[in-house]
Design a protein around this ligand. Structure first.
Ligand code: GDP
Length: 462
C-alpha cells in the first residue's frame, strides 16, 4: 500500500466552467477536510457529494463540491476525494498549494493509474487502454481501447496461459520423478494446447496491422516525375479535409507530414515538404530518397501521365520497389486530357504488371477532381482489408505487439521441444519462458523499467 497521499488536477489545464482536482491515499479524506469548510468529511459516507468552501486559514479560495470515495471501491482502491471548483487555472494552483501544505504531495504523471494497477484493480493492458482512450481521436480507436479496458486481450490470453501453467506444473512434477521416467503431462494434449495458443497469438499479432493503422494512421508515399501532378493531388485531397501539417520529431527538420482523415482513419503523407516546392521528383530527390520514402510507406501513390512517361518506364519502377506488403495505386493523372493513347498505355501497363498483386490502376484528374472518391475508397479498402473478422480483440499497442511476438516465438520453441522429445528439463525451461512472455502483456511479469516507461507517458492527474 502507498503511504503518500497524492493530488493533481484531473481536468485539462485551462479555463472551463468546472475543474476537478483528485486526491488519493490513506490521508485523502483528512487532508481534504483540513482545507474544507462545510460538513466534516471524515464522517461522510462513501460515494457522497458535499457542498462547501476550500479555505486557506481565514481566506476562502473557492466554492466547491467535494465527492468522497472510501477504499476499496475507488479508482485507485484507496480513499479518495474529487474537488469540483470553478475552472480557473489560478484557482486550481491555489487549491493544490493548500492541499500540499496540508499533507498531500503532487502526483507524478500516471500515478493514479499506476496505483490502480499496483493495487490490483486493473491489469497493465487495461492501464494502457486508459491512456489510449484519452488519446483516441476517432471512433475506431476509442472502440478498440474500450474493448481492451474491459479486459479484452488479457482475458483471452490469461485463459490460455492458465492452461499452459497447468501443463508446466505437470512437466515440472516429472522432473521430481526423473529417476522413474514417468510422464504426467500428456504430450498430445500439450501439443494441441500449444497449437491453440500459437493460433491465437498469431491472429493477435496479425491484428496489429489493423490496430496500428487505426491508432497511428497509415503512411502513404506520393511519388512521380516532375509535373505528374503530385502537389495538385495533395492539395485536392487535403482541401476538403481537415489538414494537419506537423514536424515529425526525431527526423530531419524539413520533414513535413500532412494528414488526411478519411472516415476516421488517418493517412499520413510522408515527407511532403519537397512536393510542396515541386522539387520532390524522382530525379530531384534522387532514386535513393524515393526508395526510402516508399520503404517507410504502406501505400504508394504513383502518379504519371501519358505525355511524359511510357508504360515500360512506369512498370520498371514499380517492379523495382514492389513488396508484398505494399499497396500500390497507380494514378493515371490528367484524365481530362486523355486520349485513345491513354487507353493503350494503361492496357500495356496492366499486362506488364500482371504478376504483381496489390497493384490497382485508377484514372484521375487531380486538377478537375475526377476519380478522387475512387481513390479515397481505395485507401479505405486497404485499411478494411487489414481487419480480420475472426478477431474481436485488436492489438494497437507496440509493447503488446512485441510481447506477443516473443510469446509466439517461445511457444514455437516449446512445440519443437515437444515434437523432438527434448529432455524434460529443457521442455520445462522453454515452458517457463513462454509463461513469462505471455504474462508480460497483463503485467504479471514486468520490471520497474517497463512500468516506469508506461506510466511516465501518462499526463499528470491520470
Ligand atoms: P508535381 O510536380 O508532380 O507536383 O506536379 P504539379 O501538381 O505541380 O502539376 C504540374 C502541372 O500539371 C501543373 O500545371 C498542374 O496544373 C497540371 N496538372 C496537375 N493535375 C492535372 C490534371 O488533372 N489535369 C490537367 N490538365 N493538368 C493537371
Amino acid at each position: 500500500m502507498n503511504k503518500d497521499t497524492i493530488c493533481a488536477l484531473a481536468t485539462a489545464n485551462g479555463v472551463g466552467a468546472l475543474g476537478i482536482i483528485r486526491v488519493s491515499g490513506p490521508d485523502a479524506i483528512a487532508v481534504t477536510n483540513r482545507c474544507f469548510k462545510g460538513k466534516n468529511l471524515e464522517t461522510a459516507v462513501s460515494h457522497t457529494v458535499h457542498y462547501g468552501f476550500i479555505t486557506d486559514g481565514d481566506e476562502t479560495i473557492d466554492e466547491v463540491m467535494v465527492s468522497v470515495f472510501l477504499a476499496p471501491k475507488t479508482f485507485t482502491t484507496e480513499d479518495s476525494t474529487e474537488i469540483s471548483f470553478h475552472g480557473s487555472p489560478h484557482i486550481a494552483g491555489k487549491i493544490l498549494e493548500v492541499l500540499t501544505r496540508n499533507g498531500a504531495r503532487m502526483a507524478k504523471g500516471g500515478e493514479f493509474t499506476m496505483r490502480a494497477f499496483m493495487n490490483g484493480r486493473i491489469d497493465l493492458s487495461q492501464a494502457e487502454a486508459i491512456a489510449d482512450i484519452i488519446a483516441s481521436e476517432n471512433e475506431a480507436s476509442r472502440k478498440i481501447a474500450m474493448n481492451q479496458l474491459k479486459g479484452g486481450i488479457t482475458d483471452e490470453i490469461s485463459v490460455l496461459r492458465g492452461d499452459l501453467l497447468n501443463f508446466t506444473s505437470l512437466v515440472e512434477l516429472e522432473l521430481d520423478f526423473a529417476e522413474e521416467d514417468v510422464e504426467f503431462a500428456d504430450r498430445t494434449a500439450l501439443n494441441m494446447l500449444l497449437n491453440r495458443i500459437e493460433e491465437k497469438l498469431r491472429s493477435l499479432v496479425e491484428s496489429f496491422r489493423y490496430g496500428n493503422a487505426v491508432k497511428n494512421g497509415v503512411e502513404v508515399a506520393i511519388i512521380g516525375k516532375p509535373n505528374a501532378g503530385k502537389s495538385t493531388l495533395l492539395n485536392t485531397l487535403l482541401k476538403e479535409e481537415r489538414a494537419i501539417v506537423s514536424d515529425i520529431a526525431g527526423t530531419t527538420r524539413d520533414t513535413i507530414e500532412e494528414v488526411l482523415h478519411i472516415r476516421g482513419t488517418a493517412f499520413r503523407f510522408i515527407d511532403t515538404a519537397g512536393i510542396r516546392d515541386t522539387t520532390d521528383t524522382i530525379e530531384a530527390i534522387g532514386v535513393q530518397k524515393a526508395h526510402e520514402k516508399i520503404a517507410a510507406a504502406k501505400i504508394l501513390l504513383y502518379l504519371y501521365d501519358e505525355f511524359d512517361s511510357t508504360p515500360q518506364e512506369v512498370a520498371a519502377f514499380i517492379k523495382e520497389v514492389y513488396r508484398e506488403d505494399l499497396k500500390v495505386v497507380l494514378l493515371h493523372n490528367k484524365s481530362d486530357l486523355s486520349s485513345e493513347k491513354g487507353q493503350n498505355f494503361d492496357n500495356d501497363l496492366r499486362s506488364a504488371l500482371e504478376a504483381e498483386n496489390n497493384v490497382t490502376l485508377l484514372s484521375i484528374s487531380a486538377r478537375e477532381k475526377v476519380g478522387i472518391e475512387e481513390l479515397k475508397n481505395e485507401l479505405i479498402d486497404y485499411v478494411e482489408g487489414l481487419k480480420q473478422s475472426e478477431n474481436n480483440v485488436i492489438i494497437t499497442n507496440q509493447r503488446h505487439h512485441e510481447a506477443l511476438l516473443r510469446s509466439l516465438d517461445s511457444v514455437r520453441r516449446v512445440k519443437d521441444a515437444v515434437s523432438q522429445s527434448f529432455h524434460t528439463e529443457l521442455l520445462a525451461y522453454e515452458l517457463r519462458y513462454a509463461l513469462e512472455y505471455l504474462g508480460e502483456i497483463s503485467g504479471e511479469f514486468t520490471n520497474d523499467e517497463v512500468l516506469g516507461n508506461i506510466f511516465s507517458k501518462f499526463c499528470i492527474g491520470k
